[in-house]
Ligand binder design. Structure first.
Ligand code: NDP
Length: 480
């Protein structure tokens, strides 16, 4: 697969003619080429988005909505094809891509295509003297930058509301997983979006992402990725007065009380630990268990984790596929070594796995459970972003809250108890943007999504997204 940039409604090569290898993580083999775009390509894309902005933003909401709905229908028809492409590019089980990634990408388009039809503006009445009304207008050219873990899902989470609100877009998917964004550009072309409304640039963060966020004609940045990259981008945005939303890393706690529904909790905790090989920003990686349940929990958790099958992503029996890249797998395994040095006990896993035959060069590892670490160690403080969790006991509600909040991150948490009052108390006291009580990863697209502390700045989701992708303008009318 030779990927092309999509600029001004045309599939184009990078101006320098250079490409990066695209690696299939399930085999470790090169299977395609990705444009190594640079500032010149970004300038071309931003220019085309700028040219397209006036007419796109002046279309009626229902017209913009109809383009997005058509795109959603096309994607729906090709769900299976996209799921296979996502699985091959990222290493995630095909079953997961079919059940979560692609359906949610379709939902993103449908949700924002219809949400925009229900937008209303505010008026602030001042009685007989006058009144204010608020206009919400798109900003212009916006930059959408997304990571590799949920490639199409997070890519569409940004471009759908941006376009629905009337902006024109230059988007850059992760260079590690560009395939589904590329085949989406083929659908965008088929649907016939006006030229320049959506431009997709492929390439590395420093070569293509950085010039994009720095471009003076880009007035808004929606970024999902790591905290270090987010900090870099935030500096550029701040110095240039750009509107920004940052969805960053996490080190999410699962707080488990002995009065929970044990079976449901165990099944969900296995999922929240190891789904997508633990490479979901919302995975729980610090598992806190009430002391009187600790031994029973650990035994059952290990038993259930042992049942997970690691295998080729396309095999319907695989629960875990491959890690996204060789470098990332090495990084995760280095954390297992660090955990041992810090005094941790590997209760299960911690190993590199070699599959047979054509998959022998793939990047597989076992789900890993580590105990006996305290909260201050690096293993518990740094984001590993892989199938590695730690388990720790706590003996009181206060201690659970303290441990959960002992982190520079604050993205998500789960709380497990059947005591409703306690559940609310804990949810209220954990510093995080998203809390699930007795569940995990239930998403309602109307709800605000984002983190606190170093997990991010701002919220996306539902009307939060439509507000983010528009600027309010207050108009006062004097009646005196
Ligand atoms: P990175 O921060 O490395 O990259 C994210 C995106 O930014 C990629 O498209 C990357 O391009 C690009 N990029 C890198 N450097 C720059 C730069 N200087 N300027 C502009 N763009 C740049 O994150 P990962 O892709 O490794 O994703 C994993 C991270 O994402 C984890 O920390 C995870 O927690 C977080 N995440 C957060 C979520 C949330 O909602 N809070 C959801 C999902 C993931 P390229 O890859 O081509 O270098």
């Amino acid at each position: 697969m030779r990927i092309a940039n999509y600029i001004d409604g045309v599939f184009v090569e990078p101006q320098n003619g250079r490409y990066i290898d695209n690696i299939d993580p399930s085999t470790g083999k090169i299977y395609g080429e990705i444009p190594k775009s640079t500032e010149a390509d970004v300038t071309h894309a931003v220019g085309s988005a700028k040219k397209a902005f006036p007419s796109w933003s002046q279309l009626s909401a229902s017209k913009r909505s109809s383009y997005l709905l058509k795109l959603a229908d096309e994607l729906d028809e090709k769900l299976e094809y996209f799921a296979k492409a996502e699985s091959k590019d990222n290493g995630k089980p095909l079953s997961l891509a079919k059940k979560v990634d692609i359906p949610r990408a379709i939902d993103n388009f449908r949700f924002f295509a219809t949400a925009i039809l229900h937008e209303k503006s505010e008026i602030h009445d001042m009685g007989i003297s006058g009144f204010n009304y608020t206009l919400r207008r798109p900003l212009g050219v916006v930059a959408c930058i997304s990571p590799w873990n949920l490639p199409l899902y997070l890519f569409t989470w940004k471009i759908a509301p941006a376009l629905a609100a009337g902006n024109t877009v230059v988007a850059k998917p992760s260079e590690i997983t560009p395939a589904t964004a590329f085949i989406l550009s083929e659908l965008i072309d088929k649907v016939g979006f006006p030229k320049g409304v959506i431009n997709i640039i492929h390439g590395k963060g420093e070569d293509a992402g950085q010039p994009l966020v720095s471009h003076s004609d880009v007035s808004l940045i929606s970024f999902t990725g790591g905290t270090t990259t987010g900090e870099k981008i935030n500096r550029i945005a701040a110095a240039n007065f750009k509107k920004i939303s940052l969805e960053l890393g996490g080190k999410n706690p699962n707080v488990i009380f002995s009065d929970c529904d044990f079976d449901k909790m165990i099944q969900t905790t296995v999922r929240s630990s190891f789904s997508n090989q633990g490479q979901i920003c919302l995975c729980g990686s610090r598992i806190l268990v009430e002391s009187n349940l600790y031994t029973r929990f650990l035994k059952a958790f290990i038993q259930e984790t042992k049942k997970l099958k690691i295998g080729p992503p396309m095999d319907p029996k695989s629960d875990l596929g491959s890690i996204v890249s060789k470098d990332h797998k090495e990084k995760i395994l280095s954390y297992v070594e660090l955990a041992k040095k810090e005094g941790g006990k590997v209760e299960f896993g911690g190993e590199s796995i070699t599959l047979e035959g054509e998959y022998s060069g793939g990047f597989y590892m076992s789900p890993t459970i580590i105990s006996r670490l305290d909260m201050s160690c690096r293993t518990n403080q740094e984001e590993i972003f892989g199938p590695v969790v730690t388990v720790m006991p706590f003996s009181s509600e206060n201690e659970a809250i303290q441990l959960a909040n002992n982190s520079r991150y604050g993205l998500a948490a789960t709380v497990w108890t059947n005591d409703l009052k306690k559940a609310h108390r804990i949810a209220d006291n954990i510093a995080a943007g998203i809390i699930w009580i007795n569940s995990w990863l239930v998403r309602d697209l109307r709800t605000p999504f984002g983190g606190v502390k170093e997990s991010g700045v701002g919220r996306e989701g539902g009307y939060e997204s439509l507000r983010f992708f528009t600027e309010p303008k207050n108009v006062y009318v004097d009646l005196k």
